[in-house]
Design a protein around this ligand. Structure first.
Ligand SMILES: Cc1cc2nc3c(=O)[nH]c(=O)nc-3n(C[C@H](O)[C@H](O)[C@H](O)COP(=O)(O)O)c2cc1C
Length: 363
């Protein structure tokens, strides 16, 4: 389970880069500047959020605890930030939508025939989802070696993996006492004889069309009239193409290092992506955010907001919904403190010249 949460693809060079890219930037704090008001609130899709954050879509959260998607949604709702629910989540979309005060976004994976994504998109609309996030960089599943190490040739957990699970009885009882989680939102599309946990995961993976292309994005754009984001963009040409296709936002990032190996990180291309996009679209980044200072760097270099995957999942694994709230609170309080340390009063006053890259020292 820990490997599922922490792991990346291949040599994990992208995973590594996603953290290192943040470490390369140093602040040159201002002094004797007015630090009385340190405000990190922003508008996300025109509505106030307490910090520039949305919870990233993560599939199979039910392996961490039961009703994990609902717990993530509760933590997000408490902080007033969006929760992006994955197509591969385990709690039903409508049950998550019932969380009071939630800003609910739906992440779409395209698999099987057109009618599947059409039904999911219509259902997300009916459930009141505020935005749709199309993930485009996972049609071919990343080469996750830890995953291969834990499975038999037919895709089932092997003996060492099962032995490892048996050594964690508390987790087994808490999480799996009612059986393995189900991909509740898509299980009805899966043939009846393939609905067991491992069979359904393998079947869905096999049904993801490798030919997904810009035309598909255009068709999704046509059907979904609310805000649409394209997630998993790491090439500047694709930023331009996404804008041409009428998206409302682009989420730069490499899937938390779980897809293409040896890719740049979102932060690496962020300043150029912002130059290209101007203020035409919302520009978010995902990958490697662990601290409030990372979010400040992202904002200074051009991001409107960031997504956290693991940072908020750690909170979930520790204390459920309360842990998610605490993780968000920590990120926010670090942002507030660090903003003051840098001599900046609010996020709009952050500018790229506050930061310098280590390889450009001395100035
Ligand atoms: C356990 C796990 C599951 C994920 N599942 C999905 C998913 O179902 N859909 C998706 O678009 N991205 C998925 N991602 C990628 C995240 O949305 C996000 O881009 C990534 O976690 C950001 O990196 P970070 O974990 O360093 O914050 C997953 C990431 C993790 C760690």
């Amino acid at each position: 389970m820990l490997e599922y949460l922490e792991g990346g693809a291949g040599q994990e060079a992208t995973l590594d880069r996603e953290r290192k890219a943040f470490a390369e930037w140093r602040a040159m704090p201002f002094t004797l500047s007015d630090e009385a008001c340190r405000d990190v609130s922003v508008k996300i899709l025109g509505r106030s959020a307490s910090l520039p954050l949305a919870l990233a879509p993560t599939g199979l959260n039910g392996i961490f605890m039961r009703n994990a998607d609902i717990a993530l949604a509760q933590g997000a709702a408490e902080a007033g930030v969006p929760f992006i629910q994955s197509t591969m989540s385990n709690d039903r979309m409508e049950d998550v939508a019932a969380v009071p005060g939630l800003r609910h976004w739906w992440q779409l994976y395209v698999f099987g025939g057109e009618e599947i994504w059409q039904e999911l998109v219509d259902r997300a609309d009916r459930a009141g989802c505020e935005a749709l996030v199309l993930t485009s960089n996972a049609q071919i599943f990343g080469q996750r070696e830890w995953d291969e190490r834990n499975r038999t040739a037919s895709g089932f957990p092997n003996l060492p993996a099962l032995t490892d699970a048996a050594r964690h009885p508390r987790w087994l009882v808490r999480t799996l006492s009612r059986g393995l989680p189900e991909f509740s939102n898509v299980i009805d599309f899966v043939p009846k004889d393939k609905r067991s946990f491992f069979d359904s995961a393998n079947w869905i993976r096999e049904q993801m069309p490798k030919s997904l292309a810009w035309d598909d994005l255009a068709r999704i754009r046509e059907r979904w009239r609310k805000p649409l984001f394209l997630k998993g963009v790491l090439n500047l040409k694709d930023v331009s193409r996404a804008i041409e296709h009428g998206v409302d936002g682009v989420i730069l990032g490499g899937h938390g290092g779980r897809q293409a190996d040896w890719a740049v990180s979102a932060l690496d291309i962020l300043p150029r992506a912002r130059e290209l996009s101007g203020d035409d679209i919302a520009l978010y980044i995902s990958g490697g955010i662990r601290r409030g200072s990372d979010i400040l760097k992202a904002r200074a270099l051009g991001a409107d907001a960031v997504l956290t995957g693991r940072a908020t999942l750690y909170g979930l694994c520790a204390f459920g919904a309360a842990g998610v709230s605490r993780a968000i609170e920590l990120l926010q309080s670090e942002m507030v403190n660090e903003l003051g340390q840098y001599g900046v009063s609010n996020l709009d006053a952050l500018s790229p010249d506050l930061f310098v890259r280590e390889d450009r020292l001395p100035l």
